[in-house]
Ligand binder design. Structure first.
Ligand SMILES: NC(=O)c1ccc[n+]([C@@H]2O[C@H](COP(=O)([O-])OP(=O)(O)OC[C@H]3O[C@@H](n4cnc5c(N)ncnc54)[C@H](OP(=O)(O)O)[C@@H]3O)[C@@H](O)[C@H]2O)c1
Length: 326
């Protein structure tokens, strides 16, 4: 296949609403020694992309966010952390992948996935696409899945423990419900009533509608409380945690990061990091039919601003996918 010299990319021109995202022409990246060039078939707009675009930082972290990603506007204007596509070129030092391979790549904070072509080092998290996953499903495998894995490991969730997953129908929450069940935990899922069937179909043992029930009011109910939404705080969950309980502030800000353990219960916050073995683990689980990628909606690449708007609703189910014209 001949690789063109220019491509379409979604450029975040400023911080703001979805209207700041424009499709523009950019040079196709030339793969370096250890890089593969992937022709994107599908990518996602995830909550990380939408929060960076809107400069919607977790509580107390706006200045840090500007310093990290750009003071006036994003330094890297092409967002997007995950893709599924086909390898169309490779640097001379590449040994793990070949032209024609269908892959899932998760450059994560390296971004640049909202484009027709993406160059990624073969040392980054990349896996072959499981045949039973569509490209759309494959594109949505990593963001929620790797975040959930990271925090479940930090919590050292054990078989038989009871975990409360707040935001169980989102990208992180839908992954966390399934992975916690895979690790033989008991799962209670929290979302709105409209998402009860989805959460139960993912394996949750029980469901709580947050509009009706205050899940923090039951004493000593959970070994782990995973807040994927930022709906609560460690202090508010102390009563509901069992002795030795852990609170996962996945969408938490400075408050959760600085919180101190209390009564033998501890808060865990911070950023998930990307690991090749996590993507391989998720791809393997999906290939065995033991992990489902939940897709909310699929948008054409030219409509990527609408995909951002859908993520901004904060009520998507799983992943919002963007499909490239082929
Ligand atoms: N720390 C890290 O490294 C890291 C990594 C990835 C993501 N994150 C953060 O994690 C968060 C979740 O990401 P995501 O992609 O999973 O988001 P998402 O897909 O937008 O999740 C939405 C979920 O939140 C639920 N929800 C909305 N309002 C709620 C409320 N008041 N109470 C309880 N649940 C509520 C929704 O259910 P209903 O629609 O039924 O209301 C849905 O289940 C984001 O803030 C993201 O920035 C952090």
């Amino acid at each position: 296949m001949t690789v063109p010299t220019t491509m379409k990319a979604a450029i975040v021109t400023a911080y703001g609403g979805p209207e700041v995202v424009e499709i523009q022409s950019r040079p196709v990246p030339i793969p370096r020694d250890d890089e593969i060039l992937i022709k994107t078939i599908a990518t996602t707009v995830n909550s990380g992309d939408a929060r960076m675009r809107a400069l919607d930082a977790p509580q107390g972290m706006k200045t840090l966010m500007r310093l990290a990603i750009g003071i006036i506007r994003p330094r890297q204007p092409i967002f997007g952390t995950e893709i599924a596509g086909t390898v169309v070129a490779a640097g001379p030092g590449v040994s793990r992948f070949a032209i024609g391979d269908e892959v899932i790549a998760f450059p994560g904070v390296g971004l640049r996935c909202h484009a027709e072509y993406v160059a990624v080092s073969e040392r980054k998290p990349i896996a072959k696409r499981p045949e039973n996953l569509s490209f759309e499903e494959a594109a949505g495998l990593c963001f929620g899945g790797t975040t959930a894995l990271h925090f479940l490991r930090k919590a050292n969730l054990k078989a038989g423990e009871h975990i409360l997953v707040i935001g169980a129908s989102g990208a992180v929450g839908s992954a966390m419900v399934q992975l916690a069940k895979h690790f033989s935990a008991k799962v209670t899922a929290v979302a709105s009533a409209a998402n009860a069937n989805l959460a139960l179909s993912l394996g949750a043992d029980a469901f709580i509608d947050y509009a009706i029930t205050d899940y923090t009011s039951t004493a000593s109910a959970y070994d782990v409380i995973a807040d994927t939404v930022g709906a609560t705080r460690f202090q508010r969950c102390l009563k509901a945690l069992k002795p030795g309980g852990r609170y996962l502030g996945i969408a938490g800000g400075v408050g959760d990061m600085l919180a101190r353990p209390k009564d033998g219960k501890r808060p865990i916050a911070g950023m998930a990091t990307e690991h090749p073995e996590d993507v391989a683990f998720l791809a393997d689980l999906a290939a065995k039919g033991q992990y489902r990628v939940v897709i909310d909606q699929t948008f054409d690449f030219d409509d990527i601003a609408q995909a951002h708007a859908r993520v901004d609703s904060k009520h998507k189910r799983g992943s919002v996918v963007v499909r490239m014209p082929q």
